[in-house]
Design a protein. Structure first.
Length: 305
């Protein structure tokens, strides 16, 4: 029961990391006292963190890519190089034909090429395969869709975003104190940022934390080759619990997907369901064995008047 409640709470917090305990209790069908205790236990364990992520467009990051890396021998030096670059928001050791996968977010295709050239230059790198995202369909790690309208942020907005990047569930009283305004004004500002898709606050599961809390859910990456329209497949994925990321890509796959579940059995069932879809012509999977970097926040550059 405890692990099932944790899984439901994580799913709810991935949708809205700032949901109140009462809202979470209503969503997962559990008493508020049990929900508040479990959420606090998840946060204290380090297995789950609530983070705020600004929209890539707001950060000027227009080129996003999934990179698979094959390494000759130990991968430590390559991992260090990937983790050290600001371009990477995610780095993981995986099973399968490649040894590592990373997600890169940069400001231009030229910057992406330079980051990949630097990666290829690492002595142990044997092969690099890149998938360019054409659009992100589903993600618990970033706001969904393009920015709404002509979004302008001022210095107060930037400070609020920075505070929420440190603690996504920081109370409005503390946020207000940090930016010098009333709690109701801080609430309205955060609501506007979230409503305009400039900001997303969500739970991130720290895989391989070794916390023993039972929340280090197994994660599976999948590359799908499709025949025909992808709408039925993306719609099917959108309705599945545990789907953390779906992107349309250019390269060896048409879609890249990240699946999380409380057991490998459930992951296997989902992949079997995907293979049963007529539009899915090929499915390649890889298990995330150890995550070395998962940091989606990025400072927003100030512009002078």
């Amino acid at each position: 029961m405890g692990e099932d409640l944790d899984a439901r709470l994580i799913a709810a917090l991935q949708q809205d990391g700032r949901a109140s305990y009462s809202e979470l209790a209503a969503r997962v069908g559990a008493p508020r006292t049990a929900v508040s205790a479990r959420v606090q236990a998840l946060l204290d364990s380090g297995a789950v963190e609530i983070v705020a992520v600004a929209h890539p467009q707001l950060l000027g990051l227009t080129s996003l890519a999934h990179v698979s890396v094959a390494v000759s021998g130990p991968a430590d030096d390559v991992v260090d190089a990937l983790c050290a670059t600001d371009a990477s928001v995610f780095v993981s050791a995986v099973s399968g034909a490649y040894d590592l996968v990373a997600e890169l977010r940069v400001s231009s295709d030229r910057e992406l090429y330079e980051a990949l050239a630097h990666l290829r230059a690492q002595p142990r790198v044997r092969a690099v395969n890149t998938l360019l995202y054409t659009d992100v369909v589903t993600s618990v790690f970033m706001p969904q869709g393009p920015l709404r309208g002509d979004v302008h942020v001022d210095e107060t907005d930037l400070r609020l975003i920075e505070l929420l990047e440190r603690d996504g569930r920081m109370p409005f009283v503390e946020l207000a104190r940090g930016v010098g305004m009333s709690p109701s004004a801080a609430r309205a500002r955060v609501g506007r940022l979230v409503g305009n898709r400039a900001l997303h606050v969500a739970a991130v599961v720290r895989r391989g934390t070794g916390s023993g809390s039972g929340t280090g859910r197994p994660a599976l990456g999948a590359g799908l080759n499709l025949g025909g329209d992808d709408e039925r497949v993306t719609g099917f994925l959108a309705a599945l619990p545990g789907v953390e990321f779906v992107a349309r890509t250019v390269g060896r796959f048409d879609l890249v997907v990240t699946l999380g579940a409380d057991s490998t059995t459930r992951l296997h069932r989902v992949t079997e369901q995907l293979k049963a879809l007529d539009e899915v012509r090929g499915l390649t999977t890889w298990a995330h064995l150890e995550v070395f970097k998962e940091h989606y926040s990025r400072g927003i550059a100030r512009t002078s008047a």
